[in-house]
Design a protein around this ligand. Structure first.
Ligand code: DX5
Ligand code: ZN
Length: 216
C-alpha cells in the first residue's frame, strides 16, 4: 500500500489558516494532522474545538486529531462533533484504554493510540483488535521542530511484528522529526502514515514538498 502523508499544521501560519487548508486540499496530502495540547499532559498549549470546526468546514481530507491531553474521555464526543475522523489518545493518559477505544469507534471515528518515546510498544498487545492505527511518537510530544529519536526504528519494527502476528489491519503512524532523510527507512520498518510538520511548512514550497514526500 502506498504510504500516506499527514501534514501537521502546528507550525503553519495561523493568520492564513484558510490558505493553508486550501493548499492541503489541492496537495497530495492524505490526511490533515491536528495537534491538541492541554498544557498538562505536555508543557504546551495549542488549539481546541472552534479551530477544529473551522478547519473541518474547509477541509476536503480526513482530520487526524492527535490528543496530547489528560482524561481524553471527557471530550471524545466533542472532538467527533468538531469533525475528527481519526482520533488518537495517548496510552499514558488513559485509565481504561479498552473503554476509550470502544467509545471512539462507537462514535463513528477511527481509533488510535499513541505511545511516548519511553513507552514500550509491548503494552499495546491487548488492544490491537480495537486499533485502526498506532501513532509512535518519534520525539517527545509537545513541540514541532525537534530531532528524530533514532531508537524509534526498532520500535516501529517491533510493533509491525506484533501486528503481523495478531493479524489485525492496524496501521502504524510516526510523528516527530520525520522528513525526506528518514521516511523510506521508517517505511521499511513498517510505518505507513507519516506526520510531517516542519519539513513541509518551513519549506519554500510546501505543496511541492508534500508531492516529493508522497513520491518517496
Ligand atoms: C509534536 C506533534 C507533532 C509535530 C510534528 O508533539 O505531535 O505532530 O507537529 O512536527 P515536526 O514534523 O516538526 O516534528
Ligand atoms: Zn502530532
Amino acid at each position: 500500500m502506498k504510504h500516506q502523508i499527514a501534514p501537521s499544521i502546528l507550525n503553519a501560519n495561523f493568520l492564513r489558516l484558510a490558505e493553508v487548508i486550501e493548499m492541503l486540499n489541492k496537495s497530495e496530502a492524505d490526511l490533515i494532522h491536528l495537534d491538541i495540547m492541554d498544557g498538562v499532559f505536555v508543557p504546551n498549549l495549542s488549539f481546541g474545538f472552534p479551530i477544529i470546526s473551522q478547519i473541518k468546514s474547509l477541509a476536503q481530507k480526513p482530520l487526524d486529531v492527535h490528543l496530547m491531553i489528560t482524561e481524553p474521555d471527557r471530550y471524545l464526543d466533542r472532538f467527533r462533533d468538531s469533525g475528527a475522523d481519526l482520533l488518537t489518545v495517548h496510552y499514558e493518559a488513559c485509565d481504561d484504554l479498552k473503554k476509550t477505544l470502544t467509545t471512539i469507534r462507537r462514535l463513528g471515528m477511527k481509533s488510535s493510540v499513541s505511545v511516548k518515546p519511553a513507552t514500550d510498544v509491548e503494552v499495546l498487545a491487548p488492544y490491537l483488535e480495537l486499533l485502526d492505527m498506532v501513532l509512535i511518537m518519534t520525539v517527545e510530544p509537545g513541540y514541532g521542530g525537534q530531532s528524530f529519536i533514532k531508537s524509534s526504528f526498532d520500535k516501529v519494527k517491533k510493533l509491525s511484528g506484533m501486528i503481523r502476528s495478531a493479524g489485525t489491519p492496524t496501521l502504524i503512524e510516526v510523528d516527530g522529526g520525520v522528513g525526506k532523510n528518514n521516511l523510506v527507512l521508517l517505511k521499511e520498518a513498517g510505518a505507513s502514515i507519516f506526520v510531517i510538520g516542519t519539513s513541509i511548512f518551513k519549506s519554500a514550497d510546501p505543496e511541492g514538498m508534500i508531492r516529493e514526500l508522497k513520491g518517496l
